[in-house]
Design a protein around this ligand. Structure first.
Ligand code: GTP
Ligand code: MG
Length: 408
């Protein structure tokens, strides 16, 4: 299902998301110059019906949809059969929903209104992290046109545009925040955090960025963006000839990036959806499931197997989504249950819900996320594997199954 930003559709989304027992849906934004493959990445991860084309500015209105990150489900280790309610389990792998946002292409000078400008970036204000979809085959220039081009230049340009956008917002709020902070004798980082809450930036992140620079300095924005909206580079179109060599060169000069073939992922996901192949999220191979494949389809799939999966391990799409949530943003999974002996909710569903919480979250903090109104009745918790009591300040481990105990 895809959600577009019309009032009607946002409303539909709110209803869908509210019915799940997941308090915060991670929001991951896709950014990049036009024609780099953002919509292809989006479609491969959400299977939403959206437009993809080989010319710049195909996407104008943002597309929002649900993708899934994957993590080992405790059901396998515990030897139980689970009944997931807010997620899915496929052969012992939990598929956890996250929101994905695909926006229009960004060109140099967008912050001054070039191309489609950067107004549409406002849709990314609440993004937890950004995936920069980059054409690593060196055939898309910074305007999204087909030209020989060094992709390392695109990295610089894109990050600069994002930073200019955030810098503009900070400057609009800094003077006001400073004045109020002085008047009310409050820390500037608190006032600024209040004014920047629409950007999803928190006080401790502002404080960390202020160690090196003042908020009116441009460097402050770059530091703050790195802390609060990390970027992963998806080195897309790795399937094209010559792309691997450029990938290795750019990685040396520009740092970490993950090879990606969104186009291959889309072909595999669609073939799997239509029952032609068996292909699991993030897998390094697939099997043929139907005799209905014609010679052309077989050849296309074999090409993906030998040219992408065998050479690069996977298509990269799942690896990038997982890396964003678990490594860059530092989340772990936890499975709250109502009955620790059977790992069930009140209705008897086994391992019903998975929550994503930041590494280092304590049991008490988890309790306040699960039952926001019951913090004062909180007593403690029990962990499923050890059947031991755990205290309020104990930190959650990845994959923990926990019963939170409340007083009456
Ligand atoms: N070979 C190859 N082509 C790709 C890949 N990903 C996308 N493409 C092609 O690149 C072109 C642009 O793809 P889109 O997904 O529409 O790009 P976009 O970044 O959304 O473009 P705008 O909406 O215009 O900003 C299309 O012809 C895609 O088929 C890939 O992994 N490999
Ligand atoms: Mg697009």
């Amino acid at each position: 299902m895809v959600y577009r930003k019309t009032k009607k559709h946002w409303k539909r989304e709110a209803i869908t998301f509210k019915s799940c027992t997941q308090l915060k849906y991670m929001l991951i934004g896709l950014v990049g110059v036009p024609n780099s493959g953002k919509s292809t990445f989006f479609k491969s991860a959400t299977l939403a019906d959206i437009e993809i084309a080989n010319y710049p500015f195909t996407t104008i209105e943002p597309n929002q949809g649900v993708a899934h990150i994957t993590a080992p489900c405790p059901c396998k280790m515990l030897g139980v059969k689970c009944n997931p309610q807010n997620s899915a389990c496929v052969d012992g792998v939990r598929h956890i929903p996250v929101k994905l946002l695909d926006v229009a292409g960004l060109v140099p000078g967008a912050h001054e209104g070039k191309g489609l400008g950067n107004q549409f970036l406002d849709d990314l204000r609440q993004a937890d992290g950004l995936i920069h979809v980059l054409d690593i085959s060196g055939k898309t220039d910074a305007e999204g046109k087909e030209n020989e081009w060094d992709p390392s230049k695109t990295i610089e340009i894109l990050e600069n545009e994002i930073d200019e956008w955030i810098y503009g917002i900070i400057q609009k709020n800094y003077i006001k925040s400073k004045r109020i902070a002085e008047m009310e004798k409050k820390p500037i980082e608190r006032m600024l955090a209040q004014n920047l809450s629409g950007l999803g930036i928190e006080e401790h992140e502002i404080k960390a960025a202020m160690r090196d620079n003042n908020p009116d300095e441009r460097e402050f924005t770059t530091t703050l963006r790195k802390i609060s909206k990390p970027i992963i580079i998806a080195a897309n179109k790795i399937d094209k000839s010559g792309a691997k060599e450029i990938f290795e060169k750019v990685r040396e000069s520009s740092g970490e990036m993950i090879s990606c073939s969104a186009d291959s992922e889309l072909a595999l996901r669609e073939a799997d959806k239509h029952g032609l192949i068996n292909y699991k999220l993030g897998s390094s191979d697939f099997t043929i499931a139907s005799g209905n494949l014609n010679e052309k389809q077989k050849a296309a799939l074999e090409f993906i197997r030998s040219n992408v999966l065998k050479r690069f391990g996977t298509t990269g799409v799942q690896k990038i989504l997982n890396k964003m949530v678990f490594e860059k943003l530092g989340y772990v999974t936890v499975y709250p249950v109502a009955d620790i002996n059977h790992a069930t909710d009140k209705k008897g569903n086994i391992l019903p819900d998975v929550f994503l919480v930041k590494k280092g979250t304590t049991l008490k903090e988890l309790a306040s996320k699960v039952h926001s109104d019951m913090a004062d009745k909180f007593i403690g918790g029990m962990e499923y594997k050890t059947k031991r009591k755990i205290g309020a300040e104990q930190k959650i481990n990845d994959g923990d199954v926990i019963e939170i105990i409340f007083g009456k």
